[in-house]
Write a protein that binds this ligand. Structure first.
Ligand code: BV8
Length: 240
């Protein structure tokens, strides 16, 4: 249990993964079928896969982007609890998500980093210019910067690519007093290594996940259950 001194509330860094959006109806990556939306990850989530078959990758992300506009897909109690924590906690709270959906921002989180990009953004491969984009993207879509087709891609960090805002994330991890990992299997790096950085910085580390993960033993505390159950009650504890 974190004891908040009157002097300064320790800063909190939170890492979320697909598990926090599962109860909102968005499929996780490593569900039992092992495939991901019926595709091998190498085909649809690598630069090589995109170069090989851009239309297949556009289709894959167009389907996931469209799903975000389905009224049935809404932030759940876990997303809302994290936004409440940010609003009411006396110290700094940084939310780093591996998810590319927009449920954290729709729940009200503001101090938010999408380290693996966002479904509702695209960028030009020539200029790096990032655009908000909420509709289908294809090889014939033209960008405002080059005024030609074929340069636009999803603003998503694929395997082998550099995650976004890593400097800011490392700085926050080294300064935090509490690191909470929620709904992630801890299999993808560098995110899966964040718990060690926080630990070395002297932070308390907590894992909230449906099942034990390959990382569970590294945490000071590891609780199993659904995010919509565990997260609101953990936030209540932090705010009490
Ligand atoms: C990098 C965007 C250098 C795509 C994603 C060997 C060869 C090649 C590469 C590597 C290698 N070894 C290591 C690497 C690096 C590689 C990597 O880690 N590979 C793994 C597979 C071994 N990583 C990279 O390539 C990264 N880049 O390393 O660049 C570098 C290094 C350091 C510093 C700078 C540069 C880039 C990785 C990003 C790839 N893109 N996503 C898209 O979304 O379309 S990754 C993708 O999978 C997600 O974004 C997420 O990050 C990741 C993990 O998924 P999870 O979120 O954890 O989801 P998962 O399904 O796995 O787990 C869900 C969990 O939720 C489960 O535990 C489940 O129990 C739980 N759960 C389910 N329901 C609930 C629940 N919990 C609570 N409540 C519930 N209801």
């Amino acid at each position: 249990m974190l004891v908040m001194t009157s002097i300064k509330a320790p800063s909190i860094v939170i890492l979320t993964g697909a598990g926090i959006s599962a109860e909102s109806g968005i499929q996780t990556f490593r569900a039992s079928d092992g495939l991901w939306h019926n595709h091998r990850i190498e085909e649809v989530a690598t630069p090589e896969g995109f170069a090989q078959n851009p239309s297949l990758v556009h289709e894959f992300y167009n389907a996931r982007r469209k799903q975000l506009h389905d009224p049935a897909i809404q932030p759940n109690a876990a997303h809302l609890a994290l936004a409440r924590l940010e609003r009411n906690y006396p110290g700094k709270v940084l939310l780093v998500t591996q998810n590319v959906d927009n449920l954290h921002e729709r729940a009200g989180s503001k101090q938010l980093i999408h380290m693996h990009g966002e479904l509702n953004k695209i960028h030009c491969q020539q200029t790096g210019q990032v655009y908000n984009w909420d509709r289908d993207l294809s090889t014939t879509s033209t960008c405002q910067c080059c005024h030609q087709a074929g340069n636009l891609r999803p603003h998503i960090v694929w395997f082998g690519e550099m995650p976004l805002q890593m400097e800011e994330i490392y700085r926050a991890l080294m300064a935090c007093g509490l690191f909470i990992s929620i709904g992630t299997s801890g299999q993808v790096y560098p995110a899966a290594g964040f718990v060690q950085i926080a630990q070395q910085a002297g932070a308390r580390t907590v894992e909230l996940n449906l099942d034990p993960t390959s990382n569970s033993a590294m945490f000071d505390e590891s609780l199993n259950g659904t995010a919509s159950q565990l997260v609101p009650s953990y936030v209540d504890q932090l705010l009490s």
